[in-house]
Design a protein around this ligand. Structure first.
Ligand code: CTP
Length: 444
């Protein structure tokens, strides 16, 4: 059924802003549909509701059947939120109404089961049917045992949901209900509210820009069935491409062989060898490099390739010697060819040393490859992981970031790229003295 908030005197109608909320919170005027599903972390959804309301959001709560085995509707309605738990309790089509009026559907906690059901596009309960009618954003705060989170089926479901535009908040590494530790604990309510606020911030900061991103490894054939490559997963580059598209940029993603779904709104060009990546890059950027406003060179380009690839499969013998020749440094070529300041060039550096070594090597690359920013990361803290700890190195400063999810690093990086582009295209300050405005006379 649909329950109004317990105190009808302060109850918001479904179309009015929440009168019990502060009028000027970060989420003021935003409509959040908080869907709670059947995980022990459901008890944290109560605090989440309070924080969302405190931030000024108008919140309605949707409870699945299993959620109600953990926490009851009265707890949420007692906090002043209308609660919905039955598709057929109200006249009309509740799932359509809820899906169309929410700015964001926040599923917290999101169980492995609900991720699978959302991925499938089921419509056999109020939550899944509402998700199919959603016009706003879908934010998922997963909570489950780490073994479940790492299960291939869950990984696939999450990847597909993200590719369709769903945003993930957590999970985080920590202790879960069983007492085990690992990645699977729901993000804390404060983090969820912060991420939701960030997501709803209307951001067209890269509108009108063309951002080119390279990602993943390159692959150099030895014979028709064997090749040289590296362990790059492509996650960082795909996260950057996804976030750049979310900021309004036109994004071209040149991807080596990786198993990552194409982010929404991104044009993806798949390549295999370094030479293919090189020719694709130059055809996208153009000979004068003016085809892009920014190039983020995240790919782990193979430094060497066999001088020749055997035409037929090599037979097993006593000893095999590979004759390797260096690949061109794609970023350095572009850095050397760039006459002015566009495109803005961002490179990555991966090292196995400590932070000082990392920073020194990044600074060396900055100068050698003639780029504007090098993102330096330690191999042990980045490869194949969902989070990373990086230093942002420019010719004037080194900024260490804490360990962050790759999406958050993408945000920081794109903040920097956006600011750089804005600075480059800002009209020069007018030095011609204009008529003196007496109201500002004397002010600096
Ligand atoms: N890169 C490139 N072409 C290459 C190798 C690297 O464009 N053949 C780019 C990468 O995409 C990355 C940056 O250069 O942005 C640094 O890559 P890395 O492999 O760390 O640099 P190297 O110069 O190969 O490192 P080193 O010389 O220290 O081995």
């Amino acid at each position: 059924m649909t329950r109004p908030p317990l105190d009808p005197g302060s109850a918001p109608s479904s179309t009015d802003p929440d009168p019990s909320a502060p009028s000027r919170g970060a989420l003021s005027g935003r409509r959040v549909l908080l869907a709670v599903t059947g995980s022990i972390a459901a008890y944290k959804a109560v605090l989440l509701l309070r924080l969302l309301k405190k931030a000024g959001a108008h919140v309605e709560v949707l409870l699945t059947d299993t959620a109600q085995r953990f926490v009851g509707a009265a707890t949420f309605s007692g906090l002043g939120a209308p609660v919905h738990d039955d598709m057929f309790s109200a006249p009309g089509e509740l799932h359509v109404t809820l899906g169309q009026r929410a700015d964001v559907l926040l599923v917290a906690p999101a169980t492995a089961d609900v991720l699978a059901r959302l991925r499938q596009g089921r419509a056999d309960d109020l939550l899944t049917a509402t998700a199919l009618c959603l016009r706003g954003r879908l934010l998922l705060a997963p909570a489950m045992h780490p073994t479940m989170w790492h299960a291939p089926a869950v990984r696939e479901n999450v990847a597909l949901l993200q590719a369709r535009g769903a945003e993930l908040i957590g999970p985080v590494v920590g202790e879960v209900a069983s007492g085990d530790s690992g990645m699977g604990r729901m993000a804390e309510p404060e983090e969820i509210v912060a991420a939701l606020t960030h997501s709803l911030r209307s951001d067209a900061s890269l509108g009108g820009r063309h951002v080119v991103v390279t990602a993943g490894p390159t692959r150099e054939p030895i014979d028709p069935v064997r090749f040289l490559t590296n362990t790059s997963s492509g996650k960082m580059g795909f996260a950057i491409a996804a976030q750049a598209a979310r900021r309004g940029a036109r994004v071209t993603l040149i991807a080596g062989p990786v198993h990552q779904p194409t982010p929404a709104g991104v044009e993806r060009l798949d390549v295999g060898t370094t030479e293919e990546m090189r020719s694709t890059l130059w055809s996208v950027l153009g000979d004068d490099l003016q085809g892009a406003d920014a190039l983020v060179m995240c790919a782990a380009v193979a430094d060497y390739r066999p001088r020749t690839a055997a035409e037929h499969k090599l037979k097993r013998g006593d000893e095999l010697r590979l004759d390797l020749v260096p690949n061109p440094d794609l970023l350095a070529e572009i850095g050397a060819a760039r006459g002015g300041t566009t495109p803005v060039l961002v490179g990555f550096a991966l090292e196995t040393g400590d932070d000082d070594a990392l920073s020194a090597s990044a600074r060396g690359k900055l100068q050698r490859k003639k780029v504007d920013l090098v993102v330096a990361n330690a191999a042990a803290e980045s490869l194949g992981r969902d989070d990373n700890r990086v230093l942002l190195v420019t010719d004037t400063e080194t900024t260490p970031l804490p360990t962050l999810p790759k999406e958050a690093i993408a945000h920081q990086l794109l903040d920097w790229v956006g600011a750089r582009l804005d600075a480059l295209t800002a009209p020069p300050a007018d030095v011609t003295p204009g008529p003196v405005d007496s109201s500002t006379e004397g002010t600096p």
